[in-house]
Design a protein around this ligand. Sequence first.
Ligand code: PHE
Length: 355
Amino acid sequence: MLSDDFKVLVHNAVGDTALADAEGLEALRVAFLGKSGHVTLQLKSLGGMDPEARKAAGAEINTLKTLITDAIIARRAALDEAALAARLSAERIDVTQPPRPEPVGAIHPLSRTMEEIAAIFGAMGFAIKDGPDIENDWNNFSALNIPAHHPARAMMDTFYLNANANARPAVLRTHTSPVQIRTMLNEQPPIRIIVPGRTFRADHDATHSPMFHQCEGLVIGEGITLGHLKGCLIDFLRAFFDNPALPVRFRASYFPFTEPSMEVDIGWNRKTGEIGGGTDWLEILGSGMVHPNVLANCGIDPRKYQGFAFGVGLERITMLKHGIADLRLFYESDVRWLRHYGFSPLSPASLHEGI
Ligand code: PHE
């Protein structure tokens, strides 16, 4: 037979669980169900009983054990639930509160230019690609038909990284053109991409920054001609500068990775700065038909596929479009400048609508 003391002990403890907090509950569990807890000791005492008594006592002990175990589990669940409810109400956010009067931010003019370019070329079926700022020498130069010691390397004041560490030094990409290579190595024509992104050259004055932005364009397919290049770039420039009559001129030039190569100029008035007016020309971007060597370097058969590419400096066209005189201010994070030249986040980039 079990002692009445033990039964009373258990019944009292079950009552106590109702009052216990998490720590008290754990102490109670150890006191009854732990290694030398009351229940455990009672179970151990069964060994010394004769079989009949053991059967009766065993059943009774187990009933009491279940009683206390269930009470502890139930109380623990209730405590957890209460803790969660307390947290939920303490951490509640009142979404109906009006916002604090904070100054409204503005879209940086460069970001706006990228949005507009994406909208204009997006309407022409171009996809957007990007690539790393740190490039290898092959993607930035060699694959683009600019071999080592070629004078074209000197044209771009390159930042080299770990220059003597290995045979393929890393560079900060001097243009977005290496993404042409990355794309052609990974995709089969037809290819139609633009690549807005950061570029780097060791240059610093009112119109040059060591870090600046370009947007590359690349179209590869069967039967792509200079006519496609011209139509595409004329449409782009007229949409971007919001002037359907903008004069555009293609002027023979040289880039190692295009043949023929062309510089593209737009009409402007040097005196007033008016874009599209006057009789002066302003150089705005570089372009050309992708050189057969570049296609071959990327495993694309130049007898089957042709294409064109272009690269445009984003600071330059942004400065022209919005009359911004000094390029260095783009990166000074001066909120007064941004308030003046920035754009409302809610105003849409809608200049492609004429296309
Ligand atoms: N990568 C050239 C530059 O930075 C621009 C360019 C791109 C020219 C594509 C032709 C074709 O000056």
